[in-house]
Write a protein that binds this ligand. Structure first.
Ligand SMILES: *Cc1c(COP(=O)(O)O)cnc(C)c1O
Length: 222
């Protein structure tokens, strides 16, 4: 068994166990394999053993790897999980199937315009800064409901869920529970939360998408 197979089996097995323990259907949890900094060959290893959903945090890096992989695997689903600058919105709409980092009005407006122009509508998540960290992207918890409404009603964006990255030095449980609650309150059924260190906790608290890099690909170095 290759390393890629073993790691994928391990992570998928832990997701399934955490879901069952919480009384949830394991099939309701999608593993997003975060391939940032790793080359196309590493992505292909996982594609060859059945993984289809990938996450990248930079438009430019993804543009270098994924067009060829998508041509080889038409059912590959690519998520943007990092901050998006408005001047990269056109490229993001062209390449990504899901954009998880919508977090400000101007970006929402630009994405809406680019989607109309391209005739392509990637599903959108609103990123929430649950820890209210000044340096971190995402809308503040108090602003989520109004921002989701603006994205849907004013900009007609296909908003399907919420995403968060909790503060590194806090128990993520409170953040995950808060995000799930805000999603439910807004009628959004997808919740993207949990990374290598805490994806089982996230699954217990209702994650429909976990974003796992290191546990699948190994360390990114520095
Ligand atoms: C890098 C990254 C991940 C994956 O982190 P790991 O700890 O390597 O699993 C998840 N989400 C976002 C937004 C990231 O940038």
């Amino acid at each position: 068994m290759s390393d890629a197979t073993a790691r994928l089996d391990e992570v998928r097995g832990r997701i399934d166990a955490a879901a069952r323990a919480a009384g949830r259907d394991p099939a309701a949890v999608t593993l997003v394999a975060v391939s940032k900094t790793h080359g196309a060959d590493r992505v292909r290893e996982l594609l060859q053993v059945g993984q289809r959903v990938f996450g990248e945090n930079r438009v430019q890096e993804a543009e270098g790897k994924f067009p060829a992989l998508k041509a080889e695997y038409p059912d590959l689903e690519l998520h943007l999980i990092g901050p998006l600058q408005t001047n990269k919105a056109r490229e993001a709409v062209a390449l990504f199937d899901v954009i998880q980092s919508v977090d400000r009005e101007r970006l929402a407006a630009t994405l809406a315009k680019e989607m109309d122009r391209a005739g392509r509508r990637p599903a959108c998540y609103v990123q929430v800064n649950t820890g209210e960290e000044p340096q971190k992207a995402g809308v503040l918890p108090a602003e989520v409901d109004a921002f989701v409404a603006a994205c849907r009603d004013s900009h007609k964006l296909p908003v399907v869920g919420l995403m968060c990255i909790p503060p590194v030095d806090e128990d993520p449980s409170l953040h995950f529970a808060l995000l799930a609650k805000m999603a439910a309150r807004n009628g959004l059924d997808r919740v993207s939360m949990g990374m290598s260190a805490d994806y089982e906790t996230a699954v217990r608290l209702g994650a429909t998408h976990v974003r796992v890099g290191t546990a699948l690909f190994g360390s990114r170095g520095t």
